[in-house]
Ligand binder design. Structure first.
Ligand code: PLP
Length: 393
């Protein structure tokens, strides 16, 4: 059996999305910036898709800027806002659990003289709004807090943070890459100034995303070039990508309630059985404010990578920490930020469910996981030392 439980890394593109994109690779192939009929036809579809994207997050069409994905949107929001507002202050507030797309950009800004406060999270992976309020200084120009975390699925109090920032006149950016599709996003009601999205996380195409920039918010350009995206982001318009992203978001928003209920049922069943039937394992992050798709569990005495590889041999795809940081031997900074020990961070696995998963797959994964954990522990000198060789796993 093949089981894909890595839906936070990327999702399978919906058939409907692929169908909507196809004509824009070959039949309607014009450059959306061209003045002739080929270009105009492509532009008409881009305009229609942009309007749909805007409607789905309660933004205006003029506030949607197409990018190459979440990473570019995050880089642009942070660098663009920081450099445009440098004269007013050089302090930025963010968190210790941001995705590398935000984290690395903040590190680069630090090298450039900006001062960054990285807020702690509690054991459930949540930031405290009062900590954020306390961190504000006279020179604070920007707050960037992710909507939902990619490793543990914790959902931050975005509306509350947005309200505070708008009252204080501080720009507020949120990386909503993981949230979109599972949480209703309303940029106006939540007082969001900038929001990053990526289509491949909600069954759309890879390599396309957007940055919502509220009208009137001033940020510098990141990608210099032609006059695309109202002269704010150069590069030939990715017509098929935009069409696919809009279709995918439309489906995701329309199906959200029913998909969430279905995915939550599988995920909750999985967590309950794993915690009950496999000794010495713990859920990372809390259950209350958590994406319905996410289960992140540490299995004491063994390495997450080994679990991942043995599950892979059984046809099950999971992730040890963020897919973007796999390949590095560093333990996950997100799991460490929860107060977990180094070994616990090393032994964590992320299982991320999606609408295409079934109960049969969930059962199969639980059974295989029990076997894999027992096998690895039987090989583990640490386990033998601590448990005295009792292999009742
Ligand atoms: N932000 C978060 C929270 C993510 O999970 C990811 C991808 O894993 C990104 C940003 C980067 O998005 P993209 O893959 O579109 O560059």
């Amino acid at each position: 059996m093949k089981v894909y439980l890595d839906n936070s890394a990327t999702t399978r593109m919906d058939d409907e999305v692929l169908k909507s994109m196809k004509p824009y690779f070959s039949d309607i192939f014009g450059n959306a910036s061209s003045l002739h009929s080929f270009g105009r036809e492509a532009l008409a579809k881009v305009d229609e898709s942009r309007a749909l994207l805007a409607k789905l997050i309660n933004a205006k069409t003029s506030e949607i800027y197409i990018t190459s994905g979440g990473t570019e949107s995050d880089n642009w929001a942070l660098k663009g806002a920081a450099y445009a507002h440098k004269k007013e202050g050089m302090h930025i507030i963010s968190t210790k659990i941001e995705h590398p797309a935000v984290m690395q950009t903040l590190k680069a800004l630090e090298k450039d003289g900006f001062s960054i406060t990285y807020l702690d999270v509690d054991k459930d992976g949540l930031v405290s709004v009062s900590d954020l309020i306390d961190a504000v200084r006279d020179d604070t120009i920007l707050v960037s807090v992710m909507f939902a975390n990619n490793e543990i699925g914790s959902i931050q109090p975005i509306a509350e943070i947005g309200k505070f920032c708008s009252e204080e006149g501080i720009l507020f950016h949120t990386d909503a890459v993981q949230a979109m599709g599972s949480i209703k996003v309303d940029v106006k009601a939540m007082n969001i100034d900038m929001l990053s999205l990526s289509a491949h996380k909600f069954h759309g195409p890879k390599g396309v995303g957007l940055l919502y920039i509220k009208d009137g918010v001033r940020i510098d350009r990141l990608i210099l070039g032609g006059h695309q995206e109202r002269s704010y982001r150069g590069g030939t318009t990715n017509v098929a990508g935009i069409v696919g992203m809009a279709k995918a978001l439309e489906i995701a928003v329309n199906e959200m309630e029913q998909n969430n209920a279905y995915v939550k049922k599988l995920r909750d069943y999985f967590i309950e059985r794993v915690l009950k039937e496999i000794p010495d394992c713990k859920l990372n992050g809390g259950m209350e404010h958590r994406l319905v798709s996410n289960a992140n569990i540490s299995f004491d005495y063994i390495e997450g990578e080994s679990i991942l590889m043995l599950l892979d041999l059984e046809g099950i795809a999971v992730s040890s920490g963020s897919a973007c940081s796999s390949g590095s031997l560093e333990p996950s900074y997100v799991i460490l930020a929860l107060g977990r020990k180094m070994e616990e961070a090393h032994s964590s696995i992320r299982f991320s469910f999606g609408k295409d998963n079934t109960m049969e797959e969930t059962e199969y994964t639980i059974e295989k996981l029990k076997e894999v954990v027992a096998k690895l522990r039987s090989w583990s000198p640490l386990f033998k030392e601590i448990k005295g060789g009792t292999l009742n796993v």
